[in-house]
Design a binder for this molecule. Structure first.
Ligand code: PLP
Length: 434
């Protein structure tokens, strides 16, 4: 690809519609990054300048960009079999990946349903939950419980379960009716009040509720909000009392992002259904999976019309499956989880130091995520964007969530890159506040 930067920007502004972007302002004012290539934790622009990718390109590049083993697996698979429908047919990557995933999964999750991305993995999860309840003779259980500040993706079904106001408001009139519960506030270790409130909701509405859906421990899109594992144990107990399904959205938190392989591991609980995407395919291509227990799976046994009526053109895509299998092998061979410990400590120390800076609130860190809030403008705030601009000057791509400045770099980011990134974050935050 050899076109000049100016030409690319002109074509982009003439034809492309960007996600989450006020395009009128973008067309008038934006000076976008024009990225040419990426490797490891860095992305390079047209002028040859590199930037550390502070958010692993929207949390997907868990093993860094262009990992040679993923590239090799992808090209070899592309030569052999790029796609075939997964209906009455199967293939080696889909079968081997399912085996490897179940071996890694929280106890009791034994079946793997493939889809395209986090949103569709969650959409499959909620349709599974509805089908499960219907097949158990409780068709009136059609409502979901989710958390304030939740984000579960962009299809209309899971938009309803989302509790981030800016994403929800434009569609408010057509969304399913969902019961929202507050997660425990940051720093509340017992989570007793929030757990009691959740239990009350389930006890009082059990006859109408199909499932509780939540992001375990860490709510990403809400602004990297962390809550106590005790809340997950309480949710598990309350669900068990009423045969309400417990759905864990591990799209962001899975694959070591919070330290252990799954965030539910912090609490030692197993969900009935678990959704994984993002790091799942190592940031190489769109691919996702929804894992389910035998109990959920077997509820769909019986007559032909009891089957799970759900699927996508690219279900179980061999390219995605082959790469996702290689991701799991790299996790083992390169001892990725072990490498997180040291990096997590550096992130935690750097953000604890930022917490001392005047104007910074709620400095926090868990695993490979560190975050701090500037100002109080929430998702539409401007202070985070000032830090973003400064970081760009200094050599990092540090896209904020409004006034929340955070890092979620590749899990295997080289230590010198991590140190440089944390340095840049410190300087950018101080500059944004100054
Ligand atoms: C990103 C995300 C999703 C949606 O995934 P997409 O791949 O963007 O569709 C769902 N849940 C969580 C927790 C996420 O972070």
């Amino acid at each position: 690809m050899t076109r000049a930067r100016e030409e690319i920007v002109a074509l982009d502004k003439r034809y492309v519609w960007h996600p989450y972007t006020q395009m009128e302002r973008y067309i008038e004012q934006a000076d976008p990054f024009v990225i040419d290539r990426a490797a490891g934790a860095r992305i390079w622009d047209k002028s040859g300048r590199s930037y550390i990718d502070a958010n692993a390109s929207w949390w997907v590049a868990a093993l860094g960009h262009g990992h040679p083993r993923l590239v090799e697996a992808l090209t070899e698979q592309a030569r052999t079999l790029a796609h075939v429908a997964l209906a009455g047919t199967t293939h080696e990557p889909a079968a081997l990946l399912a085996e490897a995933l179940v071996a890694r999964a929280p106890r009791g999750l034994t079946r793997v349903f493939y889809s395209d991305d986090g949103s569709t993995a969650l959409e499959a999860a909620i349709k599974m939950a509805l089908g499960y309840q219907r097949r158990r003779g409780r068709p009136e259980r059609t409502r979901f419980v989710s958390l304030q500040g939740a984000f579960h993706g962009e299809t209309l079904g899971v938009t309803a379960l989302g509790g981030v106001e800016v994403f929800r408001r434009p569609y408010a009139g057509v969304l399913m009716d969902v019961v929202f519960v507050e997660p425990p506030p940051f720093g509340d270790e017992t989570g007793e009040a929030a757990s009691a409130a959740l239990e009350r909701v389930l006890d009082e509405n059990q006859d109408g509720i199909a499932a509780v859906v939540l992001e375990p421990i860490l709510q990403g899109a809400e602004g990297m909000k962390i809550y106590t594992p005790a809340f997950l144990r309480a949710a598990r107990r309350a669900c068990d009392r009423h045969d309400i399904l417990f759905v864990a959205d591990e799209v962001f938190t899975g694959y070591g992002r919070t330290g252990p392989f799954w965030a539910v591991d912090h609490a030692g609980v197993s969900p009935d259904i678990l959704a994984t995407a993002k790091g799942f395919s190592g940031g190489m291509l769109p691919m996702a999976a929804t894992l389910a227990s035998d109990r959920v799976f077997e509820a769909f046994f019986g007559p032909a019309d009891a089957a799970f009526f759900y699927g996508h053109s690219f279900c179980g895509n061999p390219l995605g499956a082959r790469v996702a299998l290689e991701v799991l092998r790299v996790f083992d061979d390169e001892r990725v989880l072990e490498g997180i410990e040291l990096r997590a400590k550096k992130i935690a120390d750097a953000f604890a130091a930022l917490g001392q800076v005047e104007g910074c609130r709620d400095a926090r860190a868990i695993g490979m995520v560190g975050a701090v809030d500037l100002g109080s403008g929430g998702y539409l705030g401007a202070a985070g964007w000032r830090a973003h601009e400064k970081a760009r000057e200094l050599g990092a791509y540090l896209r904020p969530l409004g006034d929340t400045v955070y890092v979620a770099p590749p899990l295997n980011i080289p230590l010198p890159d991590l140190e440089e990134l944390l340095q840049i974050v410190g300087e950018s935050v101080r500059s944004a506040l100054g």
